[in-house]
Design a protein around this ligand. Sequence first.
Ligand code: COA
Length: 168
Amino acid sequence: MPPQIRKEVPADIPSIEAIAVAAFLNAPHTSHTEQHIVNALRRSGALTISLVAELDGVLVGHIALSPVSISDGSAHWFGLGPISVLPEYQGHGVGSALMAAALAALRQRGAQGCVLLGDPGYYGRFGFCATPDLVLSGVPPEYFQALHLGTATARGIVTYHLAFEAMS
Ligand SMILES: CC(C)(COP(=O)(O)OP(=O)(O)OC[C@H]1O[C@@H](n2cnc3c(N)ncnc32)[C@H](O)[C@@H]1OP(=O)(O)O)[C@@H](O)C(=O)NCCC(=O)NCCS
């Protein structure tokens, strides 16, 4: 059965934290601060889109999107992540359903584009690809990927919200 995807409500917050902790526990390339990042984004009013995936009344996944800035001044670009699915529910389409809903929500807002840091083997299927035009300092370029949603071009150094430095 496909998961139900909906916007987060305050009562979801403890489950969202637990999902992030569990999903990233054994994931590669993690600082294990993803739950703190989501909380800090929320506190800062920068959690533009926060969706949960629910299966039989249980929250099993979460996706966050927040604004990014680009050094050329391009507006309406967003960073996707973190995205988390409880390990025991991975590989059953929950992540794909969250991705599809998040991208639809971005399009609805008139977003110009979206960037993310992640495995090209996973995100390529949603249309993301690495581009030399958009750079995130300090990461291998093939892992920093973009999806254009509007007609405007964007070129430069991308900066995520300060909340991505949250440690607690
Ligand atoms: C990445 C994640 C959100 C995907 O969610 P999911 O529900 O397992 O994804 P789906 O079931 O929709 O898709 C599964 C497919 O993605 C692939 N996949 C999952 N994670 C992958 C990764 N890191 N790299 C490459 N492929 C990956 C699976 O092999 C599977 O491929 P298939 O469809 O060809 O069989 C989930 O695995 C997760 O929470 N991982 C730990 C946290 C993490 O790494 N988040 C991403 C970084 S922000």
